[in-house]
Design a binder for this molecule. Structure first.
Ligand SMILES: [Zn+2]
Ligand SMILES: [Zn+2]
Length: 274
């Protein structure tokens, strides 16, 4: 049996381990196939491949694209993406820069209308994660400029809010198209966190979504079974993994805790040949 983990982060996004340390841990935990899926970044892939040379571990190149919707963040994983493509790399650099810039401008706009949240506090609230609107909302809650988290979106930073800045390029559909354009296989990450999943799925599939995370280490058996049904109903490849960041919280699941069967990897590989 080959153990698989298709969702892992390194220091190239918000993970705590360098690619070679992550490879070490994967080997220790008896994994045979892993995917490196940093947020908006593929720079850890080559290092992981180098570290795994001569070892019994296969590295699948991957990415996790962050997209931002009014219903919350949606993440799309892309496996076997052509990460050496220069145009893709240009786009990823823009995504990374833009994310921070956009959040900064929204904070400035809020400051202009007398809501005095500090940028440094927003960054702090983001912690290891990529900074975004939820962190701005939290900062607003802290200084009691709003009564509820939702109010921040309704009045200020939601699509119709007065401090809203349009997201640069990548909405969830564009993220799927981008992954397909660069020969990757798009897979919906941690769908258990998406409120309107059932309404959303048909349009994502129409855009080219090919898989969905089912074997997600943080999900309980009921959630996993529900997602198994969704995957087979829509004919999506059931993927998954630990989404390991190495942040050392007691509840964090280690690489190899749960992952998809090897059949899922074979199906992904099958699609790369089409
Ligand atoms: Zn994610
Ligand atoms: Zn992730």
């Amino acid at each position: 049996m080959v153990n698989v983990d298709l969702h892992l982060h390194t220091t190239y996004s918000d993970g705590a381990l360098t690619p070679d340390k992550l490879v070490e841990l994967a080997l220790k935990n008896n994994l045979g196939i892993i995917a490196i899926t940093d947020h908006d970044c593929t720079d850890g892939i080559d290092e992981a491949m180098l570290a795994s040379q001569g070892k019994n571990l296969t590295i699948i190149p991957g990415i996790e694209l962050n997209t931002d919707t009014d219903e919350g963040e949606i993440h799309i994983l892309g496996y076997f993406i052509d990460y050496k493509n220069k145009d893709l790399q240009k786009l990823l650099i823009e995504c990374r820069n833009n994310r921070v810039e956009r959040a900064k401008i929204m904070v400035e706009k809020l400051n202009d209308i007398g809501i005095n949240i500090q940028w440094s506090r927003v960054e702090e609230l983001a912690g290891y994660g990529a900074v975004g609107r939820p962190h701005i909302a939290k900062a607003m809650l802290e200084i009691k400029s709003i009564a509820t988290f939702q109010e921040a979106f309704d009045k200020y930073i939601g699509r119709n809010g007065i401090a809203y800045i349009e997201r640069f390029r990548l909405n969830v559909y564009d993220a799927i198209k981008t992954i397909l354009q660069y020969e990757g296989i798009p897979v919906l990450a941690h769908p258990g966190y998406i409120k309107n999943l059932h309404q959303l799925l048909p349009s994502l599939i129409k855009s080219g979504l090919k898989g969905i995370e089912v074997f997600y280490a943080n999900y309980d058996t009921n959630t996993i079974n529900g997602l198994k049904n969704i995957a087979s109903k829509y004919n999506l490849i059931p993927c998954g993994g630990s989404d390991y960041h190495g942040i050392k919280t007691k509840t964090e699941k280690l690489p190899g805790t749960l992952g998809p069967p090897i059949e899922s990897v074979n199906k992904l590989i099958e699609l790369t040949k089409k």
